[in-house]
Design a protein. Structure first.
Length: 426
């Protein structure tokens, strides 16, 4: 079991470069099988989720290699369009292979992704859309948990999403680019990572209109071609480090920051009292005094405040001068950190009916042994540890490695007293 030890109380200072975007990399890696050729992905983060997606590509018969932070994928050869059950269990994003395999092979077999620690996470929007695009599905396996999808031809259609789901929008686009006719997605997700997928596909020859808006139109093309693409920086990693600076009363410059995509986060950090100065893609953030609370912070689809920043902001607001409220509107069980932060002296009440946390700021947090339940929750506990008095041990930190290349390296460079510990189970 891996864990991280943080001795709190150091003010973060210095400069750090933001890694490539996880949420852009994953759908684009799924998309690489559509061009039957070479994709060169620059600024690709070396994180566990990316390594899992690469493993699936290799299981499918593709060849991959790294040169620094550039990932090369050759998808000329594809064997069986089957994503193993183990891969789906390791990573939900593997569901994005359903769209791209249908596009490339007209069939795909994948296990039904179960819920995870942050919520049920169904895929009904994905499957309903595929049905409208001339795809038939059959459920097999012991408890019908294997989905087999097939089509003789993806046929474009009008798809109305009940909610602007990021994964469903991406999966529909992936299935539609090599289909026949026109697919129109109404109430599409506007997240930058959807735009990023469209940018990659357009560069490879796809015809997609309306990226970044809630109406996306895909005109099917015969084939895609080789492509070289540079991934943008990770807005959630940047946001995480900004909250770390806020909680530790630091003064840091973040380089290669996707400033435009962080508007809602920057707005809230200014609101609680952080100083933020932006020069091109450099963000200098500092915090001198006690933070102010926020009443009515709620997570929303982009361009609203991201659910992926909720846990980090919760850690910060534990130390604000007064009462804050956070409403989680995207996932139904993304407040497990409440129980962990309470071990560190936080004063948080949970209204489970409304999925709302009521946080009364305390003067200080105290180090404790806590457990990381999910990727962003784990990072948020690191932030709490940086601000706490004494030693915090965060257990089960493998899920932090899913999205952060090396959180200990980055924060150590900024002066934090933080290190990985390998615990041997007895
Ligand atoms: C979501 C986040 C995304 C984040 C990612 C990882 C939103 C809108 N999406 O993307 O920003 O990076 O998690 O943490 O913030 N839903 C259904 N049926 C479906 C698909 C989704 O009911 O078929 C529901 C989900 O349960 C959830 C909501 O729609 O309540 C948004 O889900 P979706 O955007 O699809 O999730 P992800 O793609 O995982």
């Amino acid at each position: 079991m891996s864990s991280i030890e943080v001795i709190g109380g150091m003010r973060l200072k210095g400069e750090v470069k933001i890694q490539g975007s996880k949420n852009a990399a994953l759908p684009i890696i799924a998309a690489t099988i559509l061009n039957k050729g070479i994709s060169v992905l620059k600024n690709c983060p070396k994180i566990l989720d990316v390594l899992h997606m690469i493993k699936i590509l290799e299981e499918l018969g593709c060849e991959t290699s790294w040169e620094g932070d550039t990932l090369y994928v050759d998808s000329t050869t594809l064997l069986d369009p089957i994503v193993s059950e183990e891969s789906v269990r390791k990573m939900r994003s593997s569901i994005l292979f359903l769209g791209s395999l249908l596009g490339r092979c007209h069939e795909a077999t994948i296990a039904y992704p179960g819920g995870c620690s942050i919520g049920k996470r169904p895929i009904d929007y994905h499957l309903n859309a595929f049905r409208k695009m001339n795809v038939e599905e059959t459920f097999t396996g012991s408890d019908n948990h294997i989905i087999y999808c097939r089509t003789n031809q993806i046929i474009g259609n009008d798809i109305f999403l009940e909610f602007p789901s990021v994964g469903a929008t991406q999966n529909i686009i992936l299935a539609a680019v090599l289909g026949s006719g026109v697919t129109r997605i109404f109430n599409a997700a506007r997240e930058p990572e959807v735009t990023e997928l469209c940018n990659y596909l357009i560069k490879a020859g796809a015809k997609i209109y309306g990226r970044g808006t809630s109406f996306i139109k895909v005109e099917g093309v015969q084939s895609l071609h080789d492509v070289e693409f540079t991934l943008s920086s990770d807005r959630i990693v940047a946001g995480t480090y900004m909250t770390a600076v806020a909680a530790s009363y630091g003064d840091v410059v973040l380089r290669a920051t996707p400033v435009r995509h962080l508007d809602s986060v920057i707005r809230q950090l200014k609101r609680i009292g952080c100083n933020i100065a932006i020069t091109e893609d450099n963000v200098r953030i500092s915090n001198q005094g006690r933070l102010q609370p926020i009443v009515g912070l709620s997570t929303q689809p982009y361009p609203g405040f991201p659910t992926d920043m909720q846990s980090q902001m919760l850690s910060v607001l534990c130390l604000a001068e007064g009462q804050s409220t956070i409403l989680e509107e995207i996932f139904e069980s993304r407040f497990q950190n409440v129980y962990e932060l309470r071990k560190m002296g936080a004063n948080i009440e949970l209204d489970t009916r409304q999925n709302k946390a009521i946080v009364t700021g305390v003067d200080k947090l105290t180090g404790a042994t806590v457990k990381s339940h999910d990727l962003r929750g784990g990072a948020a506990l690191v932030i709490a540890g940086l601000a706490a008095e004494g030693k915090t041990i965060i257990q089960d930190t493998t899920n932090i490695d899913r999205g952060y290349e090396d959180i200990c390296r980055d924060l150590s460079e900024l002066g934090a007293n933080i290190r990985y510990r390998i615990e041997i189970a007895s």
